[in-house]
Design a protein around this ligand. Structure first.
Ligand SMILES: C[S@@+](CC[C@H](N)C(=O)[O-])C[C@H]1O[C@@H](n2cnc3c(N)ncnc32)[C@H](O)[C@@H]1O
Length: 293
């Protein structure tokens, strides 16, 4: 992408606008001259409010549900981005698929293909993002049809699974990225991995409200483990393996929790688990110990 022009951008399934935040960073780093949000498309009222506050734009830029947008009404953009809903693809959901005819939330991704057919001037670049599971055997055929449609619209495609931990973000989060560039044989390379030692500890805030703490600092020592009791409930204990704690990763369990993922306790010397969307119950627990490494 050129660094001489102002990049006109439109996003779908915009959420709080992380692609826009990435453009802001590229601008601050002098990689691009500037960018302008031409429109965004979101239906969640809290996300819309957050988006406008974060990016300092008016709600009138929100086109609402993608299903109501007509391609030939859209202003020209150089770049479209759409991280379409993953609920029906993710292993955290029922994996009902994103087939064109399925009417699942994840099948809304096809609406961007419809808009690419309808729009007066196609964007030069389109980026799609979704969970890694989209590349699994179960969804491969649908993904291939999606890619074939994009190619038939004149785009050269590149796709890759990228892990946040390879880019200095201490969160275990692998996502699928599909980059479509208008024209034949267009060249593109995903950014090289960055060797890094980023850990959750680097991002945690110093001042955190008491309500976010599950335990106080009292514990009992047992077999190289520390057992913490829930602040208000005697029947809940958190068992922390101190060796694992200081070496990062999963360092213990909350035996009270039914689901494997929410029973895990994460060390600040490793990565955060994948932070889930607001409509799923995220019970991530991070062990904070005052003792230094
Ligand atoms: C996976 S999230 C995308 C998050 C986004 N990439 C971000 O940076 O925050 C999918 C978003 O699609 C939105 N969404 C769901 N159905 C939609 C629709 N019909 N039209 C527009 N947005 C929709 C959801 O509210 C959710 O915020």
């Amino acid at each position: 992408m050129t660094n001489k022009n102002i990049i006109k951008v439109g996003t779908f399934f915009s959420g709080i606008g992380s692609p826009e935040k990435a453009l802001e960073r590229l601008k601050n780093e002098g990689v691009i001259k500037d960018y302008e949000v031409e429109f965004f498309s979101e239906i969640d009222k809290n996300a819309i409010k957050s988006y406008c506050a974060i990016h300092n734009v008016d709600e009138s830029l929100n086109l609402g549900s993608i299903t109501d947008i007509k391609g030939n009404d859209l202003p020209y953009c150089d770049l479209w981005v759409g991280g379409f809903p993953c609920q029906d693809i993710s292993c955290a959901g029922k994996m009902r698929s994103f087939n064109f005819e399925s009417s699942t939330r994840s099948s809304l991704g096809w609406e961007m293909i419809r808009l690419l057919r309808e729009v007066n001037i196609k964007p030069k670049y389109v980026i799609f993002e979704n969970v890694a599971m989209i590349t699994s055997k179960k969804f491969k055929d649908t993904l291939n049809l999606f890619k074939e449609d994009l190619m038939s619209l004149g785009y050269t495609l590149y796709d890759e699974l990228l892990s946040a931990t390879d880019y200095e973000i201490p969160q275990t989060r692998t996502r699928y990225f599909l980059v479509a560039i208008l024209g034949d044989n267009k060249r593109f390379r995903f950014p090289d991995k960055i060797e890094n030692n980023a850990m959750l500890k680097d991002l945690l805030e110093e001042e955190v409200d008491e309500k976010y703490y599950l335990t106080d600092s009292n514990y009992i020592e047992k077999d190289n483990k520390r057992i913490f009791k829930h602040k208000n409930r005697d029947d809940i204990e958190y068992e922390v393996d101190m060796y694992k704690y200081f070496n990062g990763g999963v360092c213990g369990v909350d035996k009270h929790t039914k689901f494997a993922i929410s029973s895990r306790l994460f060390s600040i010397y490793g990565n955060s688990p994948t932070l889930t969307a607001s409509n799923t119950s995220d019970n991530s627990k991070i062990v904070i110990e005052s003792e230094e490494k």
